[in-house]
Write a protein that binds this ligand. Sequence first.
Ligand SMILES: [Zn+2]
Length: 305
Amino acid sequence: MKDLPARRLLLVHAHPDDESINNGATMARYAAEGAHVTLVTCTRGEEGEVIPPELAHLAAGRDDTLGAHRVGELADAMRELGVTDHRFLGGPGRYRDSGMTGTEQNHRPGAFWGAPVDEAAGHLVEVIRSVRPQVMVTYDPEGGYGHPDHIQAHRVAMRAADLAADPAYRPASGAPHTIAKIYWNRVPRAVVEAGFARLRAEAPAAFPGVADVQDVPGVVGETLITAEIGGSDAAAAKTAAMRAHATQIAVDGPYFALSNGLGQPVLTTEYYQLVRGSAEPGDDGRERDLFAGLPAGAGAPGAQA
Ligand SMILES: [Zn+2]
């Protein structure tokens, strides 16, 4: 890991497809700019529902082979985004998808939700100390919308950031490293409402109905947003990456649906709340670069943190 690019971005997600839906434009932009983009996915998404009827047999209630299939979908999505460094926390299959809140899968042996946070964070510390990212992106404390694996991914990511910086924590796992800036995924309510208004007006035939603002993770008022990234350049890559997750996402033009079939707008600009580190905003109070304000090459692999 000695020859990584100067700028390094780490994203921590719960399931394959979360990264493309939440951060596809951001990942495509930084990969295209030559930054090192590392994705850590905490589970293989074994409990997801399957959209294409011909693949329904993969589901947990039948063959239970969806996890392995989604590893392939994720690899295809990463090719679309230009991201080469994507890993599963502790290795593929180390932690299993915990299912939706209140289901018996929450308590299944190996479920990510039941993993001790410090144990799971230990795997992420190894990645952080090896790649030495200046910027980390993950979910807010509610996991955006309350899925147990998203909440757990938040807890593990934040804990790992603290442990990675602590010289007393497992010195054998690498030199300590402090992540300079940590962002949570957010979406401004006004942007989502405008997207749904366009969707209702166009009423694409592909979707039998329209989702609700409450179905979108991480929706907040404008005041919490500190950064926005994306726009039309990265939109095509983001949409292509979402299409690669074919068991989970149906894409139609600038819209998509999850397994409930309800249409949602694809958000080609992505929004963030800085929760650690200092912002370097423009005149409108928002950053347009997650690395803004950071010295080039700071915290390079092999350098002292
Ligand atoms: Zn998810």
